[in-house]
Write a protein that binds this ligand. Structure first.
Ligand code: EPZ
Length: 419
């Protein structure tokens, strides 16, 4: 099992090229199932999760190729609508093939994704939404079996809570439904807008982008197109956090400040100097120790839960103390015990964590538990005195493309050791 060996204490300086967003790439890949002619998606990040979904879509019989950063898919050879447990269990976003398969082929059998380290992560809202459009859903033996005679029917969908995946699943399904679908309490993450933009290029009729109410007028079919994945706002924030925690200066390129304004505001509250360009962002901590800042995770456009662990790591060496509230997932503080092993002072009460900043963290052997927690341990190791060994870093390979090269490019002393 691979590990990272990190020698901390350097101010990180330099430029990082941001990749396409994992959380856009996955729904975009699922949407290829809707196209009745070949579709090409570029700026595709080479990540474990992306490769898993490409494999699952190939398992449907789709002719799909992933060369360089380009995925091309041709659904004319699709010959089944079955997504097996052994693939879905490794990448829960596979549930996103359910909506497209039912909408286009009238039937799908997709394994329930099951939970993960950060929570139970049910998909009840996805299923309720599909039933509102006329799908007949049965859940048995760990599989969702969805069917509809003829086409899905446009209708009204109201989500009980804001769900990114639920919004994406029903948005894709509604594009081929007969009639108009209104999706209320829709998630507004930029990755949903990216998905909607590609669906519109494929011939879909969608209004209300970036709002909590999407109105979709169904069409008979969707065609292929050329599309590029939006920049990864969480990867962007993660590398800017590396500058904040080491007192350095990092410029992230091929990204967009508008995707993560709430995070940039927090960095400025910490005392960082943030400069925003057309497609780049620079954070200069000017050698200073950041001020600890409080925040609460909420659906977009508020503070993203996927940046919570990273900013907790920065707070851990911050001046003063801060309260962090995690309102999206029920178990997303798995990084706390590991950060504490490195000397962080963090008190957890339910979904709230009070972080009292310390001058210095100290190197220690630690273990990654989930994707974003892994990056928070990397951040802590970059700031800590001494050499830190991080185990189970397969988690981090799910969401950060070429992470060692990108960190070495800004001066980090990091290497991957196997065994
Ligand atoms: C997406 O997960 C992201 N993953 C997550 O990123 C992200 O943390 C999350 O949205 C929130 O922003 C991808 O896009 C692939 P949700 P998703 O449905 O869609 C509950 C990362 O680190 N819920 O918005 O699964 C759910 O349990 C990952 O890149 C239901 O109860 O998240 C959670 O508490 C982690 N029933 C809350 O809603 C449902 O049917 C938000 O979940 C659906 C969700």
């Amino acid at each position: 099992m691979d590990k990272f060996l990190i020698q901390g204490g350097q101010k990180l300086e330099g430029e990082v090229r941001i990749s396409g967003a994992k959380n856009a790439a996955l729904p975009l890949l699922a949407a290829t199932i809707l196209a009745d002619s070949p579709i090409r998606i570029s700026n595709m990040p080479n990540l474990r999760d992306v490769n898993t979904l490409v494999k699952l879509i190939a398992g449907l019989g789709v002719t799909i190729e992933y060369v360089g950063d380009m995925v091309t898919a041709d659904t004319s050879t699709l010959n089944n609508q079955f997504a097996p447990y052994d693939l879905v269990k490794t990448m829960r976003a596979s549930i996103l093939v359910l909506g497209p398969l039912v909408a286009r082929y009238g039937e799908a059998k997709v394994s329930l994704p099951g939970g993960c380290a950060i929570g139970s992560r049910p998909v009840d809202q996805h299923l309720k939404a599909l039933e509102a459009l006329g799908a007949h859903i049965e859940v048995e033996n760990g599989y969702v079996h969805a069917k509809v005679d003829g086409r899905l029917k446009g209708g009204e969908v109201i989500f009980d809570m804001v769900t990114v995946g639920g919004t994406e699943n029903i948005l894709m399904a509604a594009t081929l439904a007969d009639g108009v679908t209104t999706i209320r309490n829709a998630a507004r993450e930029p990755e949903i807008t990216d998905l909607a933009n590609m669906l519109i290029k494929m011939g879909a009729k969608i209004e209300g982008l970036d709002t909590d109410t999407l109105v979709v007028t169904g069409v008979e079919s969707l065609h292929g197109c050329d599309y590029a994945v939006v920049a990864d706002r969480i990867e962007t924030g993660s590398y800017l956090a590396a500058a904040a925690i080491t007192g350095g200066r990092v410029r992230t390129t091929h990204t967009d400040p508008a995707l993560l304004e709430c995070v940039l505001d927090k960095f400025e509250e910490m005392g960082a100097e943030v400069t925003r360009g057309e497609d780049w962002i620079e954070l200069d901590m000017q050698g200073k120790r950041p001020k600890a800042v409080s925040f609460r995770t909420l659906p977009h456009p508020d503070f993203p839960t996927d940046m919570q662990a990273q900013l907790m790591a920065v707070n851990a060496i911050g001046r003063g103390f801060a309260t962090i509230s995690e309102t999206i997932f029920e178990n997303r503080f798995m990084h706390v015990p590991e950060l504490s092993r490195m000397g962080a002072n963090i008190q957890v009460e339910g979904n709230d964590a009070v972080v009292t900043g310390v001058e210095k963290l100290s190197a220690a052997p630690v273990m990654a538990t989930d994707l974003r927690a892994s990056f928070s341990l990397v951040l802590a190791a970059l700031a800590a005195e001494g050499e830190t060994l991080i185990d189970r870093i397969y988690h981090i390979d799910r969401g950060y493309e070429h992470i060692e090269a990108k960190l070495q490019g800004i001066g980090a002393k990091i290497k991957r050791v196997s065994g």
